[in-house]
Design a protein around this ligand. Structure first.
Ligand code: HEM
Length: 362
């Protein structure tokens, strides 16, 4: 268990120092997002199994730019060989949510990696025109749908998510940016100025929210890595519910809003959740935590079946611990434990695992 704790600790520091949280979240989501619940065999069902590091998957159009994220993780994989790629990718994403001010996610580790690229799901294997069933941000939609809301439901129902899960997960766009060189959905490219040639395609300069020097970190510290691109929120290195403030803020041409984002407040069923998350950060964090944890385990094969390391994390005051404990039946139970004394190492990392019997949890 020790290497998981150490790896997690170093990832938190690395992601914070390098301001690379958004791309880590996108990498993990794209590894999971080709899961197909209709397929019962592993690894054919896809999901969080590390296949994204291999060719051909890493070169699918939807994954443009994600080699950078895989390269960020290579030194961690070298140092902590016992942590599988599938675990490392999901751990980095959970750390990214945490360091940007989001919830501490109840994660479970012990995922088995696919052997090699032969396990990558084919581009059209999920019934979409490309990208092994990852969503498109605008028409033409690869699943054949005419409307973005129908497209979102087609794609996310295949993974097992309902409307609430779809809206909650879309809130991950509170972080990060889109680039001309990657998805091509915006004109803004890499860097402050518009640059063309040698792999740079940007035909517009960085927005006021993505140019060098603008403050976007949740702790107000300076710096954010590479300038450029266009973001959904003005504080795109802060995980909060500002993505859902779209209807409450005045129109801003410098922020990104794609047809699949608009579907979340234009479709009446989605809008119920969109409004709820706009009104309450707590409601968003709660729904996001559940959906993200589920996403991180889609299609994963755990060895042993219950996982090697289930995190018990400290949140808020020193004495209150929010925990997700997995029962022997496989169910995840969320609970809040108030303890007399928490045993920690000098750096404050919680080291004592509390094991409760399922009958002790309500
Ligand atoms: C709902 C359907 C979704 C669509 C159509 C979509 C589309 C996109 C697009 C076009 C980009 C820009 C990529 C680029 O040019 O670099 C992007 C970035 C991103 N996506 Fe999504 N996405 C969806 C769902 C999700 C989900 C479920 C998550 C995570 C739970 C997620 C997390 C992110 C993050 C964090 C970025 C920013 C990456 C960066 O700044 O490097 N997305 N998405």
């Amino acid at each position: 268990m020790e290497h998981y704790v150490k790896c997690r600790e170093e990832l938190l520091k690395f992601i914070d120092e390098n301001n690379c949280a958004p791309i880590m979240v996108r990498l993990a989501w794209h590894d999971s997002g080709n899961f197909d619940k209709r397929i019962s065999s592993w690894p054919e069902c896809g999901g969080a199994n590390g296949s994204i590091i291999h060719e051909p998957e890493i070169s699918y159009g939807a994954n443009a730019g994600l080699t950078k994220a895989v390269n960020f993780l290579k030194p961690f994989k070298q140092k902590y060989a016992a942590v599988s790629w599938a675990d490392l990718i999901q751990m980095a994403s959970a750390c990214a949510i945490q360091v940007t001010g989001g919830p501490i996610l109840p994660m479970k580790y012990g995922r088995v990696d696919v052997k090699d690229g032969s396990a990558c799901p084919g581009r059209t294997s999920r019934g979409t025109a490309d990208n092994a069933g990852l969503p498109d941000a605008m028409a033409p939609f690869g699943c054949g749908a005419k409307q973005p809301a129908t497209h979102l439901r087609n794609i996310f129902h295949r993974m097992g998510f309902d409307d609430e899960g779809i809206v909650a997960l879309s809130g991950a766009h509170t972080l990060g940016r889109a680039f001309q060189e990657r998805s091509g959905v915006v004109e803004n490219g890499y860097g402050d100025a518009k640059v063309q040639g040698m792999g740079f395609f940007g035909t517009a300069e960085a927005s006021p929210y993505t140019k060098s020097g603008c403050p976007v970190r949740h702790d107000g510290k300076a710096g954010f890595g590479m300038p450029g691109g266009k973001a959904w929120t003005s504080n795109w290195l802060t995980f909060d519910n500002s993505y859902f403030q779209f209807l409450k803020r005045s129109k801003d041409e410098n922020l990104l809003w794609l047809p699949t984002d608009a579907a979340l407040h234009e479709d009446p069923q989605f809008k119920v959740y969109f409004d709820r998350f706009a009104d309450s950060k707590d409601a968003f964090f709660d729904a996001y935590s559940k959906a993200h944890t589920k996403l991180s385990e889609l299609g994963s094969k755990f060895e042993p079946a219950g996982g090697t390391f289930n995190e018990v994390v400290e949140q808020g005051g020193k004495r209150t611990v929010e925990a997700a404990l997995r029962c022997k039946t496989g169910e995840l139970n969320y609970c809040r434990l108030t303890m007399e004394k928490v045993t920690t190492e000098p750096n404050g990392m919680l080291t004592q695992m509390l094991l409760l019997m399922p009958q002790d949890l309500d």
